[in-house]
Design a binder for this molecule. Sequence first.
Ligand SMILES: Cc1ncc(COP(=O)(O)O)c(C=O)c1O
Length: 459
Amino acid sequence: MTHPTLGLRPKFSTLSLFSHRWSDTRCPYCERRLSILVSYDSCNRAVFASFQATIVFPIDFGIAKAQIAIFFSGAHPMTTPQEKPANPKFSSGPTTKFPGWSLESLSTESLGRSHRASAEKAKLNKVIADSKTLLGIPDDYVVGIVPGSDTGAFELAMWNLLGERAVEILSWESFGEGWLSDIKNQLGLKNITSFAADYGQLPDLAKVDCNNDVVFTWNGTTSGVRVPNGDWISDNRQGLTLCDATSAVFAMEMPWQKLDVTTWSWQKVLGGEGGHGMIALSPRAVERLETYTPAWPLPKIFRLTKAGKLIGGIFKGATINTPSMLAVEDQLAALVWADTIGGLGSLIDRSQKNLAVIEQFVESSDWLAFLCEEPTLRSSTSICLKINDPWFTDATDDDQRNVVKQMGDLLAEENVAYDIGGYRDAPPGLRIWGGATVEATDLQALMPWLDWAYASVKG
Ligand SMILES: Cc1ncc(COP(=O)(O)O)c(C=O)c1O
């Protein structure tokens, strides 16, 4: 069956759409009668239609003269998989809640109370203490809850600590690039050395001089590339290491002695609520805080010292500004879950098993590959995949992004996977979260659906 206009090859074409009603109509090109299923969004806009399982119409009715993109194929692409993931949430942040989580099981006694009241402050301190214990953070490190999620925590670290000496900055994806840009353009530091690498790669860690301050991301969430370990960081360094580890902490082993500043957020590996960040400081980082005053002003929510002394309360639950006690309860529940399943080792193990499911699938796939080709650098949390089929790679960037979007829409429509399109600045592809709260069985169930979605779009 060859479509008179579009031909058999699946195409991504934009056509003016007949303007009459959708039901019971004929394709203006091949005259076939269409029994169309149209879905409407909450604004009553048609967002998706399909018919006879051979043509998929992603529709944008937001414009008066509607245009449609038609993927045409002569045959039903493949059998629809039977089993769906029990939980289709594979977003890279906020990530899915831990198995068994429920809103009802959270304690609500602290809601409506001052976060400075003793019981509430104790809960904040418990998040700090339990995180420290679970992660094996050395006793002489201080850990605090700070505003603004991981972004807040990392900016706070950079604004407080950088400028004392030259800075080495490693970037290999969007977040590292963001820190580099802020160091250059916001803090205006000139004495910097940048080590950059493309998506899928890592810069040469052997070149980094740890006598300067070193700024890096442990796990590049948008490329799925992580540093393999901390061996490249000298134990006798003069500089401080500032590490954005938000998509690594609770899923990867962290060599704390190599890290002077580590930041993460609740919404990542433990699947907590957004808004709050955590910062862990080594004794040398605290010493820098107490002995160095940056040349720029510090907003109140960044201030960790007063009159040259660390504000100790911040590291015992007296947060700089008001936290959400509901988010605190949620984080405490996540920490209990993490402890119950066996602690850090189990969290790491779960994430590794999730990566293994995808590795096994990719190995036998003729269209999917890892963005990070080197297995030892591959993230087990933000698992980034590229499509290496010539049909896809020969297409323009826009068309590639459209294909990925169509796949994402189809999978979401089927309630099979939400939020698995790659990051907007990354090469077009898929990103599937494999952190500790994701069940390997759900990933197993998802895998055949990836084939299904790709075949459906490709035709
Ligand atoms: C590596 C990295 N840094 C920073 C952020 C920003 O985190 P947040 O939204 O918690 O501030 C993210 C979020 O995905 C991230 O992955």
